[in-house]
Design a protein around this ligand. Sequence first.
Ligand SMILES: [Zn+2]
Length: 103
Amino acid sequence: MIQLPKPQTVRCQQAIDDIRNTAETCEISACPRRATEVRHIKSKGSGGPDLRCNLIALCREHHADAQVYRIPQVDLFRITVRREGIALARGSIRPSDWILHRT
Ligand SMILES: [Zn+2]
């Protein structure tokens, strides 16, 4: 069987550091806890880019929830898309698709 190379994706430590350094509290609505971790919404392992819209600052508890998809990816993308001021045509495309299309 032929192994195809993984498609190239954006790697940018600066984007991760920026999210980590600017978020004071967890980005989940109404969560008062400190943001201590940065999560790739679409995981690095599945080609998720180091783009701000794919990175979210979370408290430890919400990171654990996100890791097992107790918080749907689309809900996390809604937060980052709003944070970044990205306008999405209502109903035309899901934020998670937008990430895929961008990379
Ligand atoms: Zn939280």
